[in-house]
Structures are given as C-alpha cells and as structure tokens.
Design a protein around this ligand. Structure first.
Ligand code: GDP
Ligand code: K
Ligand code: MG
Length: 305
C-alpha cells in the first residue's frame, strides 16, 4: 500500500553547517547506513554526497555537504565552498546544524550564505554533550533573532531514538511527487567512490592530528569479478594510492614496519566487504606529491570540481 505514484512524496533535504558539527553522522543516521565518512578532523567530507531513505509514501533525498571553510582561501577550499553553494540552491528543506548551546562566528558565516526562501530547521546537535538542559530553552530563544527558522530540533545524531522524530518533521516539507530513486537505493555514489572515502576515513582516524587534511586517496584499479561458484560472493579487486605532501607524512602513513598502512587497509577491507556485500582484495600505495592543495589544475585532476 502507498506506493502508487500519485500518493508519493519526495524531496531534497540539504544538511549544512560549519565543520565538525556532525553533518555526516546525521546523514548516515537518517539513511540508516554509513555512506558518508566521519571523523574528528574538520574537512573530512570533500564531496557532495546524496543519501536516500524511503519510508511509507515518502522518499527523503538527503545531501551532505563539506563544511563551509572561510579561513584558508586555497584552491581546495574555494572548490569546497562552490560545492556547498550549489547544493543548497534547489532544495525543499535545509537542516542547518550547530552544536546545541553554541553559535560561533563560523556558524554565522554559514547561515549568512543560506537563502531566506527555503524552509530551514535549526538542528541543535550533540545534545548529549549539554549537561545543563535548562540552558537550552533560553539559548533557542536567542536563536530566533539569527534567522527565520521553521522549527528548532534539539537532538543527537548519535541517539537512534531522535532519528524517526526528525524524519517525521522533515516529511511535512516535502512536496507530493513521484519518487526519483528505487525504494531500496541508499546513495547515488558508486562502490569505487565509497572505497576511496573509506580509505580516507581510516587514514584520518589512524593518523590522528599530525597528518594535514590535504592528503587524498586515488583509486588506481577497481575491478569486479562474478562469484566462481553458487553461494560465493563477487570479488572486488582494488588498488588505492594515498597521496601526501611530504616524505615525513609518507613515513607517518606507512608506520613502523608498515603497521599503520596495513591497519588502514585491513579496516577499509572489513568495512567495504560489509557495505558492498562482496569479497575485497585491497592493495595500498603511498606517494608524495608536494603542494597539490594550492595547485588548481591538480585539484581538478583529482576530481574536486
Ligand atoms: P561534519 O564535519 O559536520 O560532517 O561532522 P562529522 O559527522 O564528521 O562529526 C564530527 C564529530 O562529531 C565526530 O567525532 C562525530 O562522532 C561527532 N558527533 C556527531 N554527532 C554527534 C552527537 O550527536 N553527539 C556527540 N557527542 N558527538 C557527535
Ligand atoms: K568531520
Ligand atoms: Mg562531514
């Protein structure tokens, strides 16, 4: 019941906010599967990523965006900002994410880029970090001066119970129209893309704060082999290169006796096997290419448009 085209609802919901407020964590929770990588590092998300969730009559199409970055105007950051502004142009609803109880100049700069005509929810995320809950109501009151928000949603992206409530709120803002994607589709991104993102996530998580965010990942080979026998899984043969800026960074990624790169490869493989429901062979390389984040032509050739 409820899948006839004339009963369907479908629309685009953009998730925006400064770096590290939990946008990608929220997208994954809303979709119900990890399709956007997350970490403590700002600028983990570099691409616009679409994730779908179809529930009852409604298909939500969420767009995760790289955090707006206004401090360093290098070529990579300019390209990230353009991606974000493109993402909010044509949506039905905007989720403007901040950390509950906080509104910094960086939050204000992002808010200033949003149009006034698109309904916008204030997502006060990481409520679990707020110990004095009584402070939240007066803080929300101050937020009414900042923008004409359609609704306030204090919540935690990490709390599974908050997600159905947010979906129910979002649903009201989506127009009646036929779905754009199949009911079981979760993302418009390819397995090859997810593979490169997973390597980047493990890289960031396992190297800590020493490695600059400018390091990147290139997939040199992505081949798929069908199952050899019935009941077996298909095989993905992948070769990935981590590109860093300096020899010292290369040593950091490789680690003592290759321990770290091995671990990056192993964790990526385990997660990708689950995500893709396939067997994965993963080869990993590390290369030094200095200064690429400042070189526009090279930024383009790595795929950040
Ligand atoms: P993004 O840069 O806005 O995409 O942020 P991420 O989704 O990568 O999250 C940044 C950090 O905040 C990660 O360490 C997340 O685990 C953490 N985080 C996200 N949502 C919550 C939340 O609801 N509560 C808490 N305590 N941490 C969160
Ligand atoms: K992040
Ligand atoms: Mg992100």
């Amino acid at each position: 019941p409820g899948t006839k085209a004339e009963d369907q609802r479908c629309g685009l919901v953009a998730i925006v906010g400064k770096p590290n407020v939990g946008k990608s964590t929220l997208l994954n929770a809303l979709v119900g599967q990890k399709i956007s990588i997350t970490s403590r590092k700002a600028q983990t998300t570099r691409h616009r990523i679409t994730g779908m969730h179809t529930l009852g009559n409604t298909q939500f199409v969420f767009v995760d965006t790289p955090g707006f970055q206004t401090l360093h105007a290098n070529a990579l950051n300019k390209s990230l900002n353009k991606t974000v502004q493109g993402a909010v142009a044509d949506v039905d609803l905007i989720l403007f994410v901040v950390e509950a109880g906080s509104f910094t100049p960086a939050d204000a700069r992002v808010l200033a880029l949003l149009g006034k005509d698109i309904p916008t929810l204030l997502i006060a995320n990481k409520l679990d970090n707020v110990h004095r809950r009584g402070d939240i109501a007066p803080w929300l009151q101050t937020m009414t001066d900042k923008h004409k928000f359609a609704e306030f949603v204090p919540m935690s992206a990490k709390n599974a119970k908050d997600i159905p409530r947010l979906l129910a709120i979002c649903e009201k803002y989506l127009p009646e129209q036929a779905w754009w994607y199949a009911e079981d589709e979760l993302t418009d991104r390819s397995e090859k893309f997810l593979a490169s993102e997973l390597v980047r996530e493990k890289l960031f998580r396992l190297t800590g704060d020493e490695l600059p965010y400018t390091s990147t990942v290139i997939i040199d080979k992505f081949e798929e082999e069908p199952p050899q026998k019935k009941g077996q899984k298909r095989l993905l043969r992948i070769a990935a290169t981590i590109v860093v800026e300096r020899d010292t960074h290369k040593a950091m990624v490789i680690g003592d006796k290759g321990e770290r790169i091995k671990r990056i490869g192993m964790e990526t493989r385990v997660e990708l096997e689950k995500l893709a429901d396939a067997k994965v062979f993963l080869e990993m390389w590390v290369k030094v290419r200095s200064g690429w984040a400042d070189d526009e032509a090279r930024v383009r050739s790595f795929g950040y448009e």
